[in-house]
Design a protein around this ligand. Structure first.
Ligand code: NAD
Length: 376
């Protein structure tokens, strides 16, 4: 099977779908691996290291796409590149399928099997391939480092002959994978951390990391069978915003990570709350790319409000640590390919009955096969 990893086309993307270690693993399985020249330029891997790991280097992207049986990337492909793939080819990447009906249609039309990493079921079996988690974990770390870098104060308490410096106060909203890592990172650096999530079990996890849990009685919040939070009612969101406001006003840093699977992230920090915060306070919105949890966030920009609050809304937090982000993303992909590898045929085995594939295969055989994305 010919596997091809092109360079990413989005200028904000610094990660790559493969690193040399993952190439080595795939070559070890018997795959024929090609990467586009320069693929690792923004995550510190030279073409020579990919070559030494067993990959071929291609300078002709279109030809490599045409020949490939399996194409792997980080971000969704430009729609015009889908037509270059041959019918029966497989494509694996993040696809943002809820927002990309045209892309899905193009995959179906080209007869390509498109696998969306966002849709991989979050089961124990799938943990080694769970790219949402591997990237969110690093994004959580980066959110704290970005805040620390931008703050005019330090995180830990310091007792000095010139007086005591108080520890910084962090408030983390949303305690999923990213939120937990943000808590752990802020705690390691000596900050005092308060955290909130609509899921009760997440509050307990935050406490086990040494954070103070903010408890707000929102009534029934529910959850999906995958452990995701459900969308709150407008009344519940209003109550949450109100009760969080005091904690925000007293915090040096607010990090928001709240997402609702398949929907726009909820707006949880309103303008009035931002206006009540102290000058120099920092808000880091990890949901910025999907629309944001914070009123006034601008994706890809840093906004300084009239009262001196800095709102950071990067589009690609994990891309700030691109070497490690690539390492774990590439390992997720290599693990997935290994998991479904047919040793005899030396190819990726598609199985419509497989529970993981049922969750993440969006198009196959010229049609949209995933029930959530089938045209009505
Ligand atoms: P996510 O990125 O979809 O959302 C981040 C957090 O935002 C979640 O904890 C969610 O509860 C929270 N949230 C939603 N609305 C909110 C609101 N109004 N206020 C505050 N917080 C709000 O979540 P994720 O990090 O991808 O994790 C989702 C779930 O999947 C979690 O339960 C996690 O434990 C589970 N998970 C399971 C596995 C596994 O292997 N079994 C692996 C990874 C994640």
């Amino acid at each position: 099977m010919k596997i091809f990893a092109p360079s990413e086309t989005d200028p904000i993307e610094t990660r790559a779908a493969l690193d040399p270690a993952a190439v080595k693993k795939l070559v070890g399985l018997g795959a024929d691996v090609t990467v586009e020249a320069g693929i690792g330029a923004r995550c510190d891997h030279s073409d020579a290291t990919y070559e030494a790991a067993g990959a071929r280097i291609s300078g002709d992207r279109t030809a490599a796409l045409r020949e490939a049986d399996l194409v792997i990337r980080v971000r969704k492909p430009p729609v015009e590149e889908i037509a270059a793939l041959h019918a029966g080819a497989i494509h694996i990447s993040f696809l943002d399928p809820f927002n990309e009906p045209g892309l899905i249609e193009a995959f179906a039309k080209a007869g390509v099997t498109a696998i969306s990493l966002e849709m991989l079921p979050r089961t124990t079996l799938a943990q080694k391939m769970d790219a949402i988690s591997s990237q969110a974990n690093l994004a959580g770390y980066v959110s704290v480092i970005e805040a620390a870098h931008r703050m005019n104060t330090i995180l830990p308490m310091m007792m000095t002959p010139a007086g005591t410096i108080s520890p910084a106060k962090f408030f983390i909203v949303g305690i999923g994978v990213a939120g937990l890592q943000a808590i752990a990172t802020a705690k390691r650096l000596g900050a005092l951390v308060t955290a909130f999530d609509v899921r009760a079990e997440a509050l307990e996890q935050a406490e086990s990391l040494g954070a103070k849990a903010l408890r707000i009685d929102l009534g029934e919040t529910g959850g999906t069978d995958q452990g995701y939070a459900k969308q709150l009612t407008p009344e519940q969101l209003e109550k949450q915003s109100r009760e969080q406001a005091k904690v925000c006003a007293q915090s040096d840093v607010v990090i928001t990570t709240a997402k609702v699977f398949g929907r726009k992230p909820p707006v949880l920090i309103k303008k009035e709350v931002v206006a009540s915060m102290q000058p120099g306070s920092i808000i880091v919105d990890l949901a910025a790319e999907g629309g944001g949890n914070v009123e006034g966030v601008v994706c890809g920009k840093e906004v300084v409000t009239d009262n001196g609050v800095v709102i950071i809304g990067l589009a690609n937090y994990e891309g700030r640590v691109s070497k490690n982000a690539t390492q774990v993303y590439a390992a997720n992909l290599a693990n997935m390919i290994e998991h479904f590898w047919d040793k005899d045929g030396k190819s990726f085995r598609l199985d419509p009955e497989d529970v993981l594939q049922k969750g993440c295969v969006i198009t196959h055989g010229g049609a949209v096969v995933h029930e959530r994305f089938r045209p009505q």
